[in-house]
Each structure stands twice: as structure tokens, then as C-alpha cells.
Ligand binder design. Structure first.
Ligand code: NAP
Length: 277
């Protein structure tokens, strides 16, 4: 039996076992996918043991950056983003990749086809780990401009420096000037998530053709998405990114490329709704 898991600290909130459990059942695979709480001090030993009890694992907060340094080999994408969220064992080595980039792009491709039509002018709110994956993905899709809007200017400038010419740092005060020309608006901050402060921006002047996406998926329909839809803009929620980023790991560990089906989406939606009630 093949075993995989997700590691984090804490880990009880993770919905990954529902996603992988659904695919294991759907493909009739004799395998398991667990949640394992790993303290920062135990991370190196846990990763060194991948290939033994566990064929691989997903890595979540707060271990994604540290995991990059602890695997034997990383993909170009993981190195550029600066984080590993999926580990597998092959030829006696532990390999790390970052599937948030593909998750972000695949979700938009499925939910809002044509979103990356040239010229692509993106406004990305946030400059943390998720924003790095978003900016890297947008550069892969040859974005004409990317404005990285962050509360802390230094973090936005550091991100922009790491990715070269394609992106520019900006602040929330610049939004009124940026939104009329934007073709994509991404919330990659944690604002708007249950338990966090609201994302308090006006999208009054947003280009009516712009696609709006929010990486936050609890709640599933954030205030940003609701306001954008009310204006007539096309929208994509963060839940799709969570589902799509899980695909490459499952394929590596269990040997089948699974699909993000409407049934899987409904399963996770029900779980989120249940947790909120
Ligand atoms: P992170 O590295 O901690 O970055 C947090 C970002 O939010 C930073 O840009 C930070 O700005 C900003 N922020 C936090 N509190 C703020 C406040 N009060 N005012 C203004 N800005 C604030 O987190 P992350 O890993 O990038 O994750 C960001 C969000 O994406 C989270 O909600 C996470 O759940 C979500 N996410 C979703 C998926 C998915 O599959 N849908 C995948 C990855 C992440 P400063 O730099 O100024 O602090």
C-alpha cells in the first residue's frame, strides 16, 4: 500500500486528506493519505525519512521555505518561488516541487478561459509566498505588466528584484491609477480570510473586462469576488487553486493523474460550509 501525507504545524485544518482520499477511492487505489503534525525541530528528520513509510508528502505552513533547503533536488519553479509544497522520493533521492504555480494557472484556465489573452496587465495584491507563486506563473504566461501591491514596500521590492524586469512594486495608494488598465486582479494577501481583517479596497474604477481572482477560499465567496461579480467582472475563487495544486503530487505518488471534478469541488465546499456552521 502506498502512503502519502501532508505535514504542517499545526495541521488539523488541512483539507488535503479529503481531496486525495476522494481520488484514491475514485481510482480504486490501495493507498492512504494522512495528516502529520511535524514541529519545526523535527522537519529535517521527517523529510530525510521520505521514501520509507511515506512515498511523499505535501508541505504546508510554516515549512514550505525550510523544505526547499532540506530536499536533495528541487525543480526550477520551486527554486524561483523559494518554496516546496510537494515532496516525492525517486532513485533514492528526495525531490521537491512547487505546485501552487500550476494550481493558480490551471484554476484560471478552467474557470475563466482566455484570462491570459495579450496584453495581460496584472495587479497582484500581496508579496508573501503565495504572491511569489502567482507572479512566477504570470511571467510564464508572458504578462505585459505586473504591479505587486503590498503593505510593506520592502517585501514587494524584494519580490520584484528576485523576478527581474517583468514586475514593479506598488502600494495600495496606487490602486486607483492601476485598476482601470488591469486585465487581471489577484488577491494574494491573507486579507478577507475568516478571522483576518477585511480587504478594504474600492474596485469602483476596475476595468470591466478584468478577471478577478482571490486566493482566499474561506469564505468561498469573498467580499472581493462578490463585489467584482456585482460589477459584471468574471471571477475565480481560491478553492479551485487548492484543488488543482493537489494534482501533480497525487500523480507522483500514486501514478495516476487525477481530475478536478465538480463532485470533488462539492465535497470540499460542503466541508467548508460545515466548518463555518
Ligand atoms: P504570507 O506569506 O504570510 O503573506 C501574507 C500577505 O498578506 C503579505 O503580502 C502581507 O503583507 C499581507 N497582509 C497580511 N496582513 C495584512 C494586513 N493587515 N494589511 C495588509 N496586508 C496584509 O502568506 P501566503 O502564504 O502568501 O498566503 C496568502 C494567502 O493566500 C493566504 O490567505 C493563504 O491561505 C492563501 N493561499 C491560498 C492558496 C490556494 O490554494 N488557494 C495557496 C496558497 C496560499 P505584508 O508583507 O505587508 O505583511
Amino acid at each position: 500500500m502506498i502512503r502519502a501525507c501532508v505535514i504542517g504545524w499545526p495541521i488539523r485544518h488541512s483539507r488535503s486528506p479529503i481531496i486525495h482520499g476522494y481520488w484514491l477511492k475514485q481510482h480504486n487505489i490501495s493507498g492512504s493519505y494522512d495528516k502529520v503534525e511535524v514541529a519545526p525541530g523535527d522537519l529535517a528528520d521527517f523529510i530525510a525519512a521520505v521514501g520509507g513509510d511515506y512515498a511523499g508528502c505535501n508541505v504546508t505552513v510554516p515549512h514550505k521555505e525550510a523544505a526547499l533547503m532540506l530536499v536533495d533536488d528541487v525543480t526550477e519553479t520551486a527554486r524561483a518561488v523559494g518554496a516546496v509544497n510537494t515532496i516525492w522520493s525517486q532513485d533514492g533521492k528526495r525531490h521537491g516541487m512547487n505546485t501552487d504555480v500550476a494550481g493558480f494557472l490551471d484554476n484560471l484556465d478552467q474557470e475563466t478561459p482566455g484570462w491570459d489573452r495579450a496584453p495581460l496587465h496584472a495587479v497582484v495584491l500581496g508579496a508573501g509566498g503565495a504572491a511569489r507563486a502567482v507572479v512566477y506563473g504570470l511571467l510564464q504566461r508572458r504578462a505585459s505588466s505586473i504591479a505587486v501591491v503590498n503593505r510593506g514596500r520592502e517585501r514587494a521590492e524584494e519580490l520584484v528584484r528576485d523576478f527581474g524586469e517583468g514586475a514593479k512594486a506598488a502600494s495600495f495608494d496606487d490602486l486607483p491609477a492601476l485598476l482601470p488598465a488591469a486585465t487581471l486582479l489577484v488577491n494574494a494577501t491573507s486579507l478577507g480570510m475568516d478571522g483576518k481583517p477585511a480587504l478594504d479596497i474600492s474596485i469602483h474604477g476596475l476595468n470591466p473586462e478584468a478577471v478577478v481572482t482571490d486566493l482566499v477560499y474561506v469564505p468561498m465567496r469573498t467580499k472581493l469576488l462578490t463585489a467584482a461579480a456585482a460589477k459584471g467582472n468574471r471571477t475565480a475563487g481560491g478553492l479551485g487553486m487548492l484543488l488543482h495544486q493537489a494534482v501533480p503530487g497525487f500523480e507522483k505518488w500514486f501514478g495516476v493523474r487525477p481530475e478536478v471534478t465538480p463532485e470533488l469541488r462539492r465535497l470540499i465546499e460542503a466541508d467548508i460550509a460545515g466548518a463555518a456552521s
